[in-house]
Design a protein around this ligand. Structure first.
Ligand SMILES: Nc1ncnc2c1ncn2[C@@H]1O[C@H](COP(=O)(O)OP(=O)(O)OP(=O)(O)O)[C@@H](O)[C@H]1O
Length: 454
């Protein structure tokens, strides 16, 4: 049995941290009547939402009926349980049934809006206590928010995670360096499930856990995932790939991103589609793993993507080196893009006298079409640089070419102008007046501050 399940809190008092949320839940249950609104526990994964609901039911001697909001069969089941006010229906002698509705932020997974609406109505009129669970409160439908009472679960502090890890080590007969547990707790980033999982992984087969067992540098972690991805494209034996997948610290969704990021570099284009097919199949398992909290499915995800991509790659490797997923690079790049976009709309707004938000909302598409047709013209007109031009046209090579072309023209113009200045001897005056050089072409350009869009 894995430690996450083995050490799931059995009673509310075992739940670490989030004490005001826990008290809220307890008082709600203690005073429960049909007038009480269902609770919605929301917050980061692994902070104790599901565990608290189960611990509460245990403490109250309520039976739990767990349903999933996105499941098509949920409405019928919910109708049956929530519609019955019976308190003695249970064979176990439990006094009530606590309906636990997981993935409340995925209610739109119901086939239609009507289905979701019907569920909200059943929830609102329930004759049994209901607890809904969600990660993101803000993505819930307005209707659902209006019939429920929110309870937030916050990320756990590392200093509350450490004692729980210490307890688990003691129960398992593993002695440990305090620094090792502190290291795990801080890397878990407020997620107790992640912390317990990490502890389990590093303690396998050990009687003593030293800090060195836990502390792997970022470089070491990278080299392991590099090795796994490299071995997959090189077509290493299936058994080796599966063993490496267990060894790497990264979860299958990270491995999936790495494989996906490198797929396009397989030399044979025909193999790309095959590779993507395996990755998308693995992605379904990864999604289900998280939705159902059923980590066994991770193994299937790993097997499907690693063996599938290895088969697609046929042992031919990838062009160049194995690279970290482009998506990660893009995340950094998107910050820069935001700054470029803000600068560009400010500049265009000044030039055209159109307010920035009108430009963005009403004109951006039209401008993009125009710029796409003749990029160089608009590089001149709006004095765009390559980054700015790229916001309008996505073909990087074409954008660079247009910018270079205009730069070349400008250079030639400047050269011509300075030659002319020299010849006429009026160079100084022209510079003092800050007038554009007197060339036939420049007279056709609109003066600064009067750029025209169309
Ligand atoms: N506050 C906590 N106290 C003690 N153990 C916890 C706590 N939070 C999480 N855990 C551990 O993590 C496991 C998963 O926790 P739980 O299912 O309650 O998380 P959750 O908040 O419902 O996450 P998700 O949003 O992913 O469903 C538990 O089995 C338990 O081992």
């Amino acid at each position: 049995m894995d430690w996450v399940e083995k050490y799931r809190p059995q009673h509310l008092q075992d739940v670490v941290g989030n004490s005001s949320a826990v008290r809220h839940i307890y008082e709600w249950a203690r005073d429960w009547s049909r007038q009480k609104k269902p609770l919605i526990l929301y917050g980061k994964p692994g902070t104790g939402k599901t565990s608290s609901a189960y611990a509460l039911a245990n403490d109250m001697n309520w039976e739990v009926v767990e349903l999933n909001a996105s499941d098509q069969r949920t409405k019928a089941a919910l109708e049956k349980v929530a519609g019955s006010g019976s308190t003695t229906a249970s064979l176990t002698g439990a006094s009530r049934k606590l309906i636990l509705l997981d993935e409340a932020d995925n209610l739109h997974g119901q086939a239609d809006r009507g289905g979701a609406k019907a569920i909200v109505e059943i929830i609102a009129a329930s004759q049994q206590p209901i607890i809904l669970i969600a990660n993101d409160y803000y993505s819930l439908t307005r209707e659902l928010k209006s019939v429920t009472e929110p309870v937030q679960f916050r990320a756990l502090q590392a200093r509350s995670i450490v004692p729980r890890l210490r307890q688990i080590c003691a129960a398992e007969g593993v002695t440990c360096d305090p620094a090792a547990l502190e290291n795990i707790a801080s890397r878990a980033d407020g997620d107790m499930r992640a912390a317990v999982n990490m502890l389990y992984a590093v303690s396998i087969g050990k009687e003593h856990l030293a800090v060195g067992d836990v502390h792997t540098s970022a470089k070491d972690e990278r080299s392991t995932i590099f090795a796994l991805v490299g071995a997959t494209f090189k077509g290493k034996r299936d058994a080796d790939l599966l063993r490496m997948a267990v060894e790497v610290e990264d979860t299958p969704d990270t491995v999936e991103q790495w494989l996906e990021g490198n797929l396009d570099h397989m030399p044979d284009p025909a193999s790309h589609a095959k590779g993507y097919a395996c990755i998308s199949r693995a992605d379904e398992y990864i999604g289900r793993t998280y939705r159902r909290q059923y980590y066994t499915l991770w193994r299937y995800a790993s097997a499907v993507m690693l063996l599938g991509v290895a088969d697609a790659a046929g042992g031919h490797g990838v062009h160049g080196r194995i690279m970290p997923p482009a998506r990660w690079k893009k995340m950094g790049a998107s910050k820069k893009q935001k700054a470029v976009r803000a600068g560009l709309s400010r500049k265009l707004s000044e030039m055209t006298h159109i307010p920035q938000d009108a430009l963005r909302e009403d004109f951006f598409t039209a401008i993009s079409i125009l710029v796409e047709q003749d990029p160089a013209k608009y590089v001149r007109e709006f004095e765009l640089d390559a980054d700015e031009l790229n916001l309008f046209i996505h073909d990087k090579a074409r954008a660079t070419k247009a910018v270079k072309e205009v730069a070349k023209e400008e250079k030639a113009k400047a050269k011509k102008a300075s030659a002319k200045e020299k010849a006429t001897g009026k160079g100084k005056k022209a510079r003092d007046d800050d007038q554009p050089a007197d060339t036939g072409e420049s007279r056709r350009d609109p003066p600064p501050g009067q750029a025209t869009l169309f």
